[in-house]
Design a binder for this molecule. Structure first.
Ligand code: HEM
Length: 92
């Protein structure tokens, strides 16, 4: 809808993972309430559809590896950036 380019259907801006433990719900439509659900989604290789890149594959992570990945995501919080304001316009 933004570019009218069919090859970009299903493409989204890759968001930062900073403070990800504090910014639920996740994805452009807020479909996941928890990081566990996000990791399970990636572990399955996303949702099959005609626009899915062939590079996106099931990860085959064990339950423990998925837990470890969620634990890592929860470490991406911190202090020192909170004064930064969102830009008010796109760069020219
Ligand atoms: C296991 C590996 C990955 C993890 C743990 C991960 C984690 C996440 C998380 C937590 C979000 C939600 C961000 C939010 O809603 O603020 C997200 C969204 C996103 N990630 Fe990943 N990601 C992984 C792999 C990838 C890869 C390989 C790509 C691209 C090739 C990618 C591209 C994106 C994009 C475009 C979004 C936004 C999707 C949307 O808005 O619906 N991610 N990711």
């Amino acid at each position: 809808m933004v570019t009218n380019d069919k090859s970009e259907i299903g493409a989204f801006k890759t968001p930062t993972l900073r403070e990800i433990a504090n910014t639920a719900p996740y994805m452009h439509d807020g479909r996941f309430g928890t990081l566990e659900e996000v990791v399970a989604f990636y572990n399955k290789g996303g949702i099959k559809n005609p626009f899915l890149s062939e590079l996106i594959l099931p990860l085959e992570l064990t339950a423990q590896e998925q837990k470890d990945l969620v634990a890592f995501l929860r470490t991406l919080n911190g202090e020192g950036w909170q004064h930064v304001k969102a830009p008010e316009e796109f760069p020219q």
